[in-house]
Write a protein of this length. Structure first.
Lengths: 114, 112
């Protein structure tokens, strides 16, 4: 079956703008998690959605937000972009919640803020 | 979740077994050991996980010591496509969330 898809794959934005990234999980998966990856900080957890509700949140400012739709697709939004927001944003989906469920990652969206 | 320690980098000859160690000396009884890998510029890929018994799947084997304070991921016949960063992660059974805390991992280079 199809894997996790993320759109767009590449994005260039200017400081102060906002951006919306999209993630389509594997069919039947209800949990979607978002991660930010930068060379300096590595992979960092942003937030997780399950059944349209945010269940967990990492240590990121309120400029980072997300939502999940009834079909489990998810979007994340970053407002008032800063240069430091340049990163690879990864989405992962899972059948359920908890450590017994594997996470499947998408290819990521490479965001560059100039 | 318990903290993990991995070597920063390792080399392995193509066709040989790659043995990637991970220390998790503060692991508790309800914590699983997970391994993921990330090939350059791609999303991380699940490899294997285990609690206390050794595990094997089509990709790799996971050997967990009897005291569970360390583990080794074994890629039996490394190929050039196995060059990647390998992450060892420990997660508790009681966790209801799906967040993973990735460390810096081990950068494995498979040499022809």
């Amino acid at each position: 079956k199809a894997g996790v898809t993320q759109t767009p794959r590449y994005l260039i934005k200017t400081r102060g703008q906002q951006v919306t990234l999209s993630c389509s999980p594997i069919s039947g998966h209800r949990s979607v998690s978002w991660y930010q990856q930068t060379p300096g900080q590595g992979l960092q957890f942003l937030f997780e959605y399950f059944s349209e509700t945010q269940r967990n949140k990492g240590n990121f400012p309120g400029r980072f937000s997300g939502r999940q739709f009834s079909n489990s697709r998810s979007e994340m939004n970053v407002s008032t972009l800063e240069l430091g927001d340049s990163a690879l944003y990864l989405c992962a989906s899972s059948l359920g919640q908890g450590p017994l469920y594997e996470q499947y990652f998408g290819p990521g969206t490479r965001l560059t803020v100039t | 979740d318990a903290k993990t320690t991995q070597p920063t980098s390792m080399d392995c000859a193509e066709g040989r077994a790659a043995n990637l160690p991970c220390n998790h000396s503060t692991i508790s009884g309800n914590e699983y050991v997970y391994w993921y890998r990330q090939i350059h510029s791609q999303g991380p890929q699940y490899i294997i996980h285990g609690l206390k018994n050794n595990e094997t799947n089509e990709m790799a084997s996971l050997i967990i010591t009897e005291d569970r304070k360390s583990s080794t991921l074994i890629l039996p016949h490394a190929t050039l496509r196995d060059t990647a960063v390998y992450y060892c992660i420990v997660r508790a059974l009681h966790y209801t969330g799906n967040q993973f805390y990735f460390g810096t991992g081990t950068s494995l280079t498979v040499i022809p």
